[in-house]
Write a protein that binds this ligand. Structure first.
Ligand SMILES: Nc1nc2c(ncn2[C@@H]2O[C@H](COP(=O)(O)OP(=O)(O)OP(=O)(O)O)[C@@H](O)[C@H]2O)c(=O)[nH]1
Ligand SMILES: [Mg+2]
Length: 391
């Protein structure tokens, strides 16, 4: 009897493993029919102390091809694939802040309390003092001039002004990231940002997205500072079926990225997406390290086409300060506002664009591969202000 139970148990376990693999291979969004991914492990190498004073790339990243990483498919992954995220649904918390303001739409006349509600909603939503003051001045002038007379008109003008503010910086449509390089070069997208903001997760999402568009993606684990950072990236690589170049713990991150770029050039990859460490304990070091990473990633055959700064939406106005620090180090081409789903301070998007003139390119709206939304000003503003947001 015991033997029979053991045999049944083994059969059930084997059948279960088979289902997971089949599901992953058969998912069209993950690029069915593409070759199995390789995980590229570093050879055992001694850690190298970062030398930010030189561009020389130490030979500390020897790579060998490893076995494919075990597939990672969770029920939650499958769920998020079947229900594409929307900015409306992800804005639930930020919408809460603007509820009082939306109610003002029904007012026949604009009261002093309407201005209070308007100001406090914008400030609580982290639109920022400068931008809030500017918006209020414009609206007050229009009410004084009689061009805006009721709550509905006020909300309509606020909507237009917010959309106009978010249209001042140029932003490629539909979240397109640049792959434009000179002949023979390989585009590199660098992801930067302080610890824990969601850089590695965003890379996983971008890899999933680019892979779904048929691009051959190589990930570079340029965060050699935090233990397990490479492993985390490798897991995302497996999930999105893309190859990953890992460096040894403590290796020079520039060397890992350089190695990935060389490999991508030699093997016809369409893009390298590089992770970086986000520590900020020593600002000078961070700035110097990022500058070096960028220079090295730009060496032939590499060509940096995007530097994406990941910012945690829950940090509100601190996000602005972070963005300023990072733009000092590297010229940032766009912002990914992560954890938007868990934030009531989504208005910071407006502050970032108005004050720093850097386009927000994506909103991170969850922890799954498809939880990334290309930022669109109209859908975003309507998600906050419309009574019934469609997007
Ligand atoms: N809800 C939600 N969680 C997110 C999002 N993006 C990232 N996270 C979570 O935030 C945490 C940190 O994400 P990571 O990708 O490890 O952040 P990181 O910037 O790479 O962190 P370090 O490597 O430590 O600097 C993880 O638990 C992620 O699942 C998002 O858009 N929404
Ligand atoms: Mg990370």
């Amino acid at each position: 009897m015991v033997t029979i139970l053991i045999i049944i148990g083994i059969v059930v376990v084997l059948a279960g493993a088979g289902v997971v693999v089949t599901k992953r291979r058969s998912s069209p969004a993950l690029g069915a029919g593409t070759p199995a991914p390789q995980r590229i492990e570093p050879a055992a190498v001694a850690p190298v102390v970062l030398d930010t004073t030189t561009d020389a790339v130490p030979a500390d990243v020897a790579v060998v091809e490893g076995a494919p990483v075990a597939p990672v498919v969770t029920p939650a992954d499958e769920l998020s694939e079947s229900t594409p995220p929307s900015v409306g649904a992800a804005s639930a918390k930020s919408r809460g802040i603007f509820a009082g303001l939306r109610a003002a739409r029904r007012l026949k006349a604009i009261e002093p309390s309407t201005w209070d509600e308007l100001e406090s909603s914008l400030l609580r939503g982290d639109v920022g003092v400068t931008t809030t003051t500017r918006l209020l001045e414009t609206l007050r002038a229009e009410v004084a001039a009689g061009t805006v007379t009721d709550g509905s008109g006020l909300l309509e003008r606020l909507r237009s002004l917010l959309i106009a503010t978010l249209s001042q910086v140029e932003r490629p449509e539909h979240g397109e990231l640049s792959l434009e390089v000179a002949a023979g070069r390989v585009p590199v997208w660098l992801l930067v940002g302080v610890n824990g903001v969601g850089k590695t997760t965003t890379i996983g999402k971008l890899a999933y997205r680019a892979g779904g568009e048929g691009k051959k993606v190589l990930l570079a684990a340029g965060d050699t500072f935090r233990a397990a950072a490479g492993e985390q990236l490798a897991t995302w690589g497996a999930r999105s079926e893309v190859d990953v170049v890992l460096g040894a713990a403590g290796a020079d991150p520039s060397a890992v990225i350089f190695d990935a770029v060389q490999r991508a050039g030699a093997r016809g990859f369409d893009v390298v997406i590089a992770d970086t460490a986000g520590r900020l304990h020593n600002k000078v070091n961070l700035v110097e390290e990022l500058k070096k990473i960028r220079r090295v990633a730009d060496r032939e055959p590499g060509q940096v086409t995007e530097v994406l700064l990941v910012i945690d939406a829950t940090t509100g106005q601190n996000a602005l300060q972070q963005a300023r620090q990072f733009t000092e180090a590297v010229s940032v081409t766009g912002i990914v506002l992560s954890k938007f789903d868990g934030s009531a301070r989504g208005g910071v998007v407006v502050a970032i664009e108005a004050e720093l003139k850097i386009p927000v390119r994506f909103l991170g709206v969850g922890e799954h591969a498809s939880d990334l939304i290309a930022f669109e000003p109209i859908a975003f503003v309507d998600a906050l202000l419309a009574d019934d947001p469609v997007a």
